[in-house]
Design a protein around this ligand. Sequence first.
Ligand SMILES: *[C@@H]1O[C@H](CO)[C@@H](O)[C@H](O)[C@H]1NC(C)=O
Ligand SMILES: *[C@@H]1O[C@H](CO)[C@@H](O)[C@H](O)[C@H]1NC(C)=O
Length: 168
Amino acid sequence: MASKSSLISKQRFLLKLITTFCFLQFLRCVYCSEFEVGERRGWVVPPANDTQMHNEWASKMRFKVGDTIRFKYKKDSVMEVNQKDYKECNSTRPNFFSNTGNTIYSLDRSGFFYFISGATGHCEKGQRMIVWVMAQDASHRTSHASNNAFFSYGLLVIIFAFQFIYLH
Ligand SMILES: *[C@@H]1O[C@H](CO)[C@@H](O)[C@H](O)[C@H]1NC(C)=O
Ligand SMILES: *[C@@H]1O[C@H](CO)[C@@H](O)[C@H](O)[C@H]1NC(C)=O
């Protein structure tokens, strides 16, 4: 009987740990932003006199790890490909593919991401985009500081959770 109740308390303990972990994950993203591609026009084939439209937009933005990009489109698709396939508009082996019309892509690392349209001929007409994600470096000290504050707060929550578990 004792072993059964200790099993239940272990399960409870695990549940609380998972809850705490999820809460921390939530805090981690308090400073994340979502960017919508193409502003009002969305993820579309650019007009003939503005073929660099998506890259111009992307170069004005400051993306950081954890941010997300939203692609809105109709009868089209979005792919994340390697640099070579980006240059050649080759859509045969994307790392990521979506055609739901409303795609949220998570920038989970620093460095370059290459996006192209998977619809025939669209990439060649300029529906492609390079995104550069900054590494969190010294120039982002302020956001670092507040992240750290949140992490210390998270640590307090964990300590509190542990005490709560041991007292029950
Ligand atoms: C492209 O053409 C449209 C209409 O002809 C015009 O309003 C727009 O300013 C032009 N864009 C560029 C970047 O030249
Ligand atoms: C795309 O890339 C694949 C793999 O490298 C290659 O076999 C194929 O010929 C390429 N397609 C085009 C249209 O370049």
